[in-house]
Design a binder for this molecule. Structure first.
Ligand code: HEC
Ligand code: HEC
Length: 209
């Protein structure tokens, strides 16, 4: 009886409001979980789907995933008329709340990384030379650099890296005036002389872990 009374008294104060806060939080999480439809396109466990050119999400850095979802949502990415795949992705992010994005980032962070298949083969030696420029931002092992906002490239589907480099070079990605990170990459992509140079650098990235 004494215990019950104590509980009631407590419930009138701080603990009780904490409990109701937690309950509200649960509702938010449930709503956020409804937005976990990503694997329909990105594949089971987020390994990527070449048929619809949806890249691997498993292994993606949390900060980079968050930024891309926010950029798609804001129309900073995926709005150029020729960016077919970006246009397919944008509506998937358009209705996400900050809460959903946080939930998705945590969820994707739990996925196991399975090595990507090699589909792009070019001149690895020439690619290595070209990659020296890229390493300044993406790291010598293409492991990514959060401070510079440059994501990991190693481990991503090579066909996706190829498509993105082609998109940056053609100004289909990174040309929105608010896309500060993307615009840096537009400049860098143009240091690659031609499409063969793009294929070579991706072939070299394939050799990195
Ligand atoms: C209708 C298919 C489809 C669905 C569903 C979908 N995506 Fe995508 N997503 C794509 C395509 C296609 C691309 C490639 C865009 C490009 O080439 O720029 C993409 C690109 C991305 C990228 C960019 C990755 C990078 O390395 O830059 C992220 C992040 C992403 N999707 C996250 C998600 C998340 C999270 C969800 C679930 C909320 C989701 N996607 C649902 C098709 C889809
Ligand atoms: C000045 C720094 C810098 C340099 C040098 C650089 N990048 Fe990037 N790169 C970035 C940033 C920042 C992003 C992220 C863009 C965004 O947020 O949309 C990026 C994105 C990319 C992407 C898209 C990855 C994805 O998951 O969508 C590819 C591919 C890429 N870089 C390849 C290269 C290659 C190859 C080189 C060398 C020729 C290179 N980068 C040089 C800064 C750089």
């Amino acid at each position: 009886m004494k215990k019950l009374l104590t509980a009631t008294t407590l419930c009138l104060s701080a603990l009780c409001s904490m409990a109701s806060l937690a309950a509200e939080g649960d509702v938010g999480v449930a709503a956020a979980m409804d937005d976990r439809y990503c694997s329909t396109c990105h594949g089971v466990e987020g390994i990527g789907n070449i048929a619809i050119e949806a890249p691997r999400l498993a292994g993606i850095e949390a900060w980079y995933l968050k930024r891309q979802l926010e950029n798609f949502r804001a129309g900073i990415r995926g709005t150029h008329g020729e960016d077919t795949q970006g246009i397919a992705m944008r509506p998937m992010a358009a209705k996400l709340s900050d809460e959903s994005i946080a939930d998705i980032v945590a969820w994707v962070g739990d996925w196991e990384y399975v090595p990507a298949k090699v589909t792009v083969e070019g001149n690895v030696n020439q690619g290595r030379t070209a990659f020296q420029t890229c390493a300044a931002c993406h790291g010598v092992n293409a492991q990514g650099n959060e401070a510079l906002g440059a994501p990991a490239l190693a481990g991503q589907n090579d066909w996706y890296l190829l498509a993105q480099l082609r998109n940056f070079r053609a100004d289909f990605r990174g040309s929105h005036r608010e896309d500060t990170y993307g615009s840096q990459m537009v400049t860098m992509s143009k240091t690659l002389r031609d499409d063969q140079a793009v294929i070579n650098v991706v072939s070299y990235i394939n050799t990195l872990q």
